[in-house]
Write a protein that binds this ligand. Sequence first.
Ligand code: IPE
Ligand code: IPE
Ligand code: MG
Length: 236
Amino acid sequence: MPQQILPMPEHIAIIMDGNGRWAKKRGLPRTMGHKKGAQVFGDITRYCQKIGVPYLTVYAFSTENWKRPQEEVDAIMDLMREYLKDARRYEQENVRTFFIGDKSPLADDIKDMIQRVEEGSSQNTGLTVNVALNYGGRNEIMTAVQRIAKEVEDNKIKANQVNEQLFETYLYTSGQPDPDLIIRPSGEHRISNFLLWQCAYSEFVYMDVLWPDFTPKHLDEAILAYRNRDRRFGGI
Ligand code: IPE
Ligand code: IPE
Ligand code: MG
């Protein structure tokens, strides 16, 4: 155990996993798990705002989740529509919302709503929420590489000017601190293509609770576990 407890994490990221199993345990369709999961996301956002966390990133839909049955994908997209319609409420609570991921394959109405919510909340100074939607860490890095390659091709930058600082500005999270703490509920111990670049020195907390059962108490527990870690960043 370290001598001194760490300060509160500046950036918390959560892999909101376990919705399907939560529903199955209750004999409900998987979509009901996603519905409950979306409510919990609202509760946790409000709680983060209350305790003064500056950045929260949530994994809502991965670039791999399109493999699921169409009905389930449609249900998740409908929940996203509900969240987006409701987003005005967060806007009035001073929350700044970003959507990270490849927006191109999303339905036009969702793309329009995302644009409105991002623009409408851009001047807010409270909690920043990044909703990872059609997000994949490999896709994010590959897109950055493509854009940088194009700039080199167009002689806008030189290959030897490409360094970590520059590279970061091509990521969806440009300008934001890396996540200090990544929480994965549901009992799975893997990253599933989340924030691959940004997680280089994140602390991981895996929890056995399913996301729809996740409460502010679980978040407190994860934060406490984090604060008792010893972060060395390669030093001693
Ligand atoms: C997370 O819950 C939500 C999404 C991936 C969209 P899951 O749907 O993965 O739930 P489990 O892992 O099957 O229980
Ligand atoms: C990760 O969960 C993606 C989200 C929570 C949105 P998955 O359920 O898709 O991950 P795997 O398939 O168990 O690795
Ligand atoms: Mg899952």
